[in-house]
Design a protein around this ligand. Structure first.
Ligand SMILES: Cc1ncc(C[n+]2csc(CCOP(=O)(O)OP(=O)(O)O)c2C)c(N)n1
Ligand code: SF4
Ligand SMILES: [Mg+2]
Length: 308
């Protein structure tokens, strides 16, 4: 039975017969990873998928063999080796002549931190893998510890005063591997996200996508506000939405307005920031540096904000 995969988004005759993320899963209400899986299912349509999922909320969500929440063959992998399993699965699929896309679905802990060795190796070998990182900026599944994706000023369960270091620039790291495609996705901009998912699904070689993924449990935010939070993160410049081709050509897809209003709103709607007391003025210099760098990389040498 066909059921709407995305509230409000038209379903086509090519869509999967059922959602990629089935009902009755264990994800918290308002989990961005659930939204991402809905969009991936929609973008994949009738393409065949295999999922590789290292330890994370997504692995728990996937369920216990022989049952699965995901409507695709799924392999739960060790934490550090998602990309290695994906490389193997992609090779087997090629040798068997199977027309399937191998997707490694990993959290930020499994990507920016503990999985970065195998990720770097697979990217350097240009394996035929679509790597999809849902970035909730913490180790969500084990209680919300800091990762290197945690942004400055955010409190984590093992960091009560808030993080002093800036978020790691994982797209710059992937660009340095000269992978065919690397991009950041905004769940609040569904058209751009579906376009990028489809493009990445149909490309060969290593494709890397990262998605800011609201986590009401860890961010201490209202479950219903996830999309609004992503919108504010994009608007304020905190979360750049861009794509990088072959590690060289950088395209900024959504232009922020860099307003302190949006940034302050983003911070005030999450208790992880309220608890550290960080505000827009404190974060702005770091964001200005990030955007000056991005402008230079994209070939658009214009100031991120007037007066910068
Ligand atoms: C080698 C190893 N260390 C620690 C763990 C415990 N562990 C399981 S999931 C997880 C957190 C994963 O964080 P992330 O990748 O960001 O995914 P999220 O939980 O946020 O979805 C940790 C620390 C483990 N399974 N294996
Ligand atoms: S803890 Fe966060 S990432 Fe994990 S299922 Fe809940 S909302 Fe999703
Ligand atoms: Mg995480």
């Amino acid at each position: 039975m066909n059921e709407p995969l995305l509230g409000g988004m038209a379903q086509t005759a090519l869509d999967r017969p059922g959602p990629l993320l089935r009902r009755g899963n264990t994800n918290c209400g308002g989990c961005g990873m659930s939204n991402l899986l809905q969009m991936l299912g929609h973008a994949a349509a009738d393409r065949s998928l295999q999922l590789m999922v290292p330890a994370s909320c997504a692995a728990v969500c996937g369920g216990i063999f022989p049952f699965s929440t995901f409507d695709a063959p799924t392999l739960m992998t060790t934490f550090a080796a998602g990309s290695s399993f994906a490389s193997g699965a992609a090779t087997v699929a090629r040798l068997n002549g199977e027309d399937t896309r191998v997707v490694c679905l990993a959290g930020d802990g499994g990507t920016y931190d503990i999985g970065i060795g195998s990720l770097s190796a697979a990217a350097e070998r240009n394996e035929d893998v679509l790597y999809l990182c849902y970035d909730n900026e913490i180790y969500g599944n084990t209680g919300g510890q800091r990762s290197s994706a945690t942004p400055s000023g955010a409190v984590a369960s093992n960091l009560p005063r808030g993080k002093a270091e800036p978020k790691k620039d994982v797209l710059a790291i992937m660009a340095a591997h000269h992978v065919p495609y690397a991009a950041s996705l905004s769940l609040a901009h569904a058209d751009d996200t579906i376009r990028k998912l489809r493009y990445a699904l149909d490309l060969s070689g290593f494709r890397f996508l990262v998605v800011l993924s609201p986590c009401p449990t860890g961010w201490k935010s209202e479950p219903a506000l996830g999309m609004e939070l992503v919108r504010l993160a994009v608007r304020s410049g905190l979360y750049p939405v861009l794509e990088i081709f072959d590690g060289k050509r950088t395209v900024i897809n959504i232009e922020p307005d860099f307003s302190d209003e949006a940034l302050d709103m983003y911070l005030s709607l999450q208790r992880r920031f309220q608890r550290s007391g960080v505000n827009a003025a404190a974060l702005r210099p770091e964001l200005d540096r990030l955007w000056q760098d991005l402008r230079a990389r994209s070939g658009r040498i214009v100031p991120a904000r007037r007066g910068v």
